[in-house]
Design a protein around this ligand. Sequence first.
Ligand code: NAP
Length: 270
Amino acid sequence: MTVDDNPGPTGTDRREARRVPRWRLLILGGTAEARALAAAVTARPDVAVASSLAGRVAEPRLPVGEVRIGGFGGAAGLAAWLDEHRIDAVVDATHPYAARMRVSGIEAAATAGVPHLRLERPGWTAQPGDRWHRVPDLPGAVAALPALGRRVLLTTGRQSLAAFAPLADLWFLARVVDAPDEPVPAHVRLLRSRGPYTVDGETDLIREHRIDVVVTKDSGGALTEAKLTAARRLGLPVLMIDRPAPARPPATVTTVDDAVRWLDRHLPAG
Ligand code: NAP
């Protein structure tokens, strides 16, 4: 066959060629932002996206695309995984309080020589009328709580329940996605639920259980913000546990759109 006889790639061949992704992206997930980023990047046919979840939640909300579940075995395990899967960029979109994973992600990306971005939504900002008491960490919250109220809406997650359990003079409505493995003491009532929440719903919940203080992490975002508005309307104090300090300041953005722009620079199309 002469060169002229060769018809060259057919339309189908060209479409097939475009389907082979040129880049591989790992998103460390477990947040709404991580799911939104996976959905946004899936629009690019030249990028294959894998999302990673810790496996803490029995029925997690899954992002689109490939998903892997479970820890990597620390920074060294993640670095090996990045090599093995020929990952070109890592976006750590884990929750602001997932402090260990954040450190692991930075170290592993440096070891593997892969660009790394932290996507972290901003914390909440107090409004006029808010009665927020900020504490640096969980032990600080346990120490401060008895001075603020007796009937507590506790929204800091299943893993924090054990820290508050010794406060047996207080009563807790503990809102969790999944029940803890261990039974809870009599002064803790579990409420299994998952956001988003509305201001009216949160107001009703607070009134129904005669809550007089709300305990929360400074998670930020709209999905769980309604409790803060409800507490403001009802004049209740809020005990706000600050975010863990960043381990090292990596490249950080606060929105999914900015993360997409960062990826466009680091994984260029064409
Ligand atoms: P963490 O303390 O920072 O992580 C503990 C260990 O869990 C990590 O060392 C890692 O294990 C594994 N891990 C965490 N995130 C992972 C991920 N996305 N993919 C694979 N392994 C992961 O985190 P955490 O506070 O327990 O949170 C666990 C997950 O829940 C995170 O993905 C986070 O986005 C989500 N989440 C957390 C909160 C919160 O308040 N902490 C709230 C909502 C959602 P190895 O060291 O073995 O790799």
